[in-house]
Design a protein. Structure first.
Length: 319
């Protein structure tokens, strides 16, 4: 019974500052479930452990936890859990810049998830595909992502989808629109919390840097600084946009420490290339982040175009 309560609490309460508590709760769920002989609950605890380790940036340990979860799912014949495993392998491949491999795995998720009747199959597929599109997508695909985010913001108000929208617009060069969304959502986001909060703040850091919004960058730097040891994840680690230090780097150090009264220096130049900022953390992470996986040069394969029998990139986990 206690294991069920802990699992429900992990779903209901997600304070960005409590990642260590989530890791401890996952271990407790595993221990309690083993003592009770509840294999299904034990697997839930194993998956929560993977998610918490990813959030803490302990990627190698997280991959070991994922492998243990996969073995347990195979022994139990848990087809839905194995779909979840494949989706996370696709996420890890995208995180390392192996975009072709990531898309192939995403296709497997779509096929096996539909076969298993997994309700969030489209979301799992779309979250991975969105990671790739942010690196290699066409303007047409970007426009589709924008429409999805606008629709999500209308139907799920308060979930900071506008923050993600600001980041996507900035990434694809829509700087005036990105700036407008940033100014609209920033006050709300600074006082918010929840599972999407950290991703929302980093998306706005992208927009602040690209548009040269110095005041927003100062506020975002202060909000993100306590999480400098974290990896930004979305949903149950179905996507991982990057480590927080990368997004702190979107706010040049010369901006940090400035107050609204002292903001008078020239506006910083936006990024020279659309996808360059994302790839910086993949290929040349700071020396202090030796535990982050380093990627090879990004693959040249492009994501498949829109196809009538394939869902587009769902952004339900991207806020």
């Amino acid at each position: 019974m206690l294991a069920e309560v802990l699992d429900a609490r992990l779903h209901a309460l997600w304070d960005p500052a409590a990642a260590e508590d989530r890791l401890a709760a996952a271990s407790e769920i595993i221990d309690l479930a083993r003592a009770a002989g509840d294999d299904a609950r034990e697997r839930l605890g194993m998956f929560w452990r993977f998610v918490a380790l990813m959030e803490l940036g302990r990627v190698a340990e997280a991959e070991s936890a994922l492998a243990a979860f996969e073995r347990a799912a195979q022994l139990a014949g848990d087809e839905a859990a194995l779909v979840m495993v494949t989706a996370r392998h696709a996420m890890l491949a995208a995180m390392r810049g192996r975009f072709g491999e990531s898309l192939r795995l995403a296709e497997r998720v779509l096929e096996s998830g539909r076969r298993a009747g997994l309700a969030d199959t489209t979301d799992l597929y779309g979250a991975v595909r969105a990671m790739v599109l942010l690196e290699q997508g066409t303007p047409q695909e970007a426009a589709f992502m924008v429409e999805l985010l606008l629709d999500a913001a209308r139907h799920r108000p308060g979930h900071l989808f506008e923050a993600t929208l600001a980041g996507v617009l900035a990434t694809f060069g829509g700087l005036p629109e990105a700036g407008t969304e940033l100014q609209r959502v920033l006050p709300q986001a600074l006082g918010a919390s929840g599972p999407r909060w950290l991703g929302a703040m980093t998306a706005m850091a992208v927009a602040a840097s690209a548009t040269g919004d110095q005041e927003a960058a100062v506020a975002l730097y202060a909000a993100l600084a306590p999480y400098r040891e974290r990896l930004v994840i979305q949903g149950g680690a179905n996507a991982a946009p990057g480590p927080v230090p990368h997004y702190l780097g979107c706010s040049p150090r010369s901006w940090a420490g400035k107050t609204k009264r002292s903001v008078s220096s020239p506006r910083p130049r936006p990024w020279p290339g659309r996808s360059a900022p994302c790839r910086l953390w993949l290929t040349r992470g700071p020396a202090s982040l030796t535990r982050w996986p380093h990627a090879p040069a990004p693959a040249t394969s492009r994501p498949p175009g829109n196809n009538a029998d394939k869902p587009g990139p769902s952004l339900s986990g991207w806020a």
